[in-house]
Design a protein around this ligand. Structure first.
Ligand code: SF4
Ligand code: SF4
Length: 270
């Protein structure tokens, strides 16, 4: 498709957000159950100066937007927040993840793929290009670092800030999953939050996430990603099915940042 075929869009953010909502609504309808809260969307400029830094702070092999779309202009990052019941069940389950948590992991990854297909279709109908990435398992299994880190992309796009537990805390909390898509469609970037949305990182008392990690991976002053991954792998045999359920997530369930920006920091973000 030539550039002449590209159609102007008055509000591309609103259009693409409505595509995400349509995909979720269609999925909810077909599954006859509502297990996600309203999705969030944020946009980063592909030229944002933080992208090259991902090769310093995440991995030297981290992909750049232009690796996916040569003339990339925008990176869309969306978050699908889980209903509190999902986080509560995982918290109550004890040592292993709850079956509903594992099911949500598998199902949300499928939904993310569906949303990416919706977005790609919409963008291509407008005459632009788009490239999708898998929701998970796009990481180096030796180093346990991602070559396309949705959390870091979400941070760059202004979707949230990092918590002490290394999850991204969004306006709807950290309990949920992230997806992303790259396009050459120009979309105004969304601003990054002005302050921290993690109590500990904002200098306040918390570390509730540390108390939730009874596996020794997350401490007040350190995080052992290999111990964390071991615990995720320990959950696989607990949940039978066709998909790999290397999940844990206990540090993000039933803590002050699970489903919202912690109350003590909310006024600052408004
Ligand atoms: S539980 Fe507290 S310290 Fe841990 S990430 Fe959330 S707000 Fe930060
Ligand atoms: S995911 Fe599980 S093992 Fe990893 S830091 Fe959180 S609670 Fe600990």
């Amino acid at each position: 498709m030539s550039i002449k075929d590209q159609q102007p869009v008055a509000d591309p953010f609103a259009l693409l957000k409505s595509e995400i909502q349509a995909a979720v609504s269609h999925w909810r309808h077909s599954e006859e159950e509502s297990t996600w809260r309203d999705p969030l969307l944020a946009v980063a400029s592909a030229d944002d100066s933080l992208f090259p830094k991902l090769r310093e702070v995440v991995d030297p092999d981290h992909a750049m937007p232009s690796d996916l779309v040569p003339d990339a202009r925008s990176v869309l990052v969306f978050f699908l927040p889980f209903h509190r019941s999902i986080g509560r069940e995982n918290d109550l389950e004890g040592y292993y993840s709850s079956s509903s948590w594992a099911d949500m992991y598998v199902e949300t990854n499928l939904l993310i793929r569906e949303i990416c297909n919706y977005l790609k279709g919409c963008i291509e109908r407008l005459g632009y290009r788009a490239a999708t990435t898998p929701a998970t398992h796009n990481f180096d299994e030796q180093k346990l670092v991602s070559r396309w880190s949705h959390k870091h992309l979400g941070y760059i796009a202004g979707l949230g800030t990092f918590g002490h537990h290394r999850l991204l805390i969004t306006e709807a909390g950290c309990c949920g999953r992230l997806g992303s898509i790259v396009t050459n469609m120009p979309i105004p970037p969304t601003p990054r939050p002005a302050g921290e949305w993690c109590l500990a990182r904002a200098g306040k008392r918390c570390h509730a996430c540390v108390s939730k990690c009874i596996f020794g991976a997350l401490q007040k002053d350190s995080y052992d990603r290999h111990r964390c991954y071991e615990q995720c792998l320990a959950n696989i045999p607990r949940h039978q099915g066709s998909s790999i359920t290397d999940v844990c997530g206990k540090c993000g369930c039933e803590v002050p940042c699970s489903y919202q920006i912690p109350v003590a920091l909310r006024e600052k973000s408004e």
